[in-house]
Write a protein that binds this ligand. Sequence first.
Ligand SMILES: [Zn+2]
Length: 83
Amino acid sequence: MENEFRENEDVDLLDIEGDDLEETVQVCPVCGSIDLYYEAGGVEGMYHCKHCGYIGSFIIEANEEMARLIREEYENKERNTAL
Ligand SMILES: [Zn+2]
């Protein structure tokens, strides 16, 4: 007697939670803005930040939480040095 018809196979592979797949964005290291544009020029090119005027080849790969923290810190600094 062969009765190998199994409908309930263990399909644990579909149980993906995606915790490790954090999405990152490139943000300005000064103000945390994502409003950057890349300008090719010279050998490496530079990133320009439309928000604070930062120009440089260094930018931060940040997840949303990090970007928010940088923005908050920048805004606090702006407030403290505004006068
Ligand atoms: Zn900036």
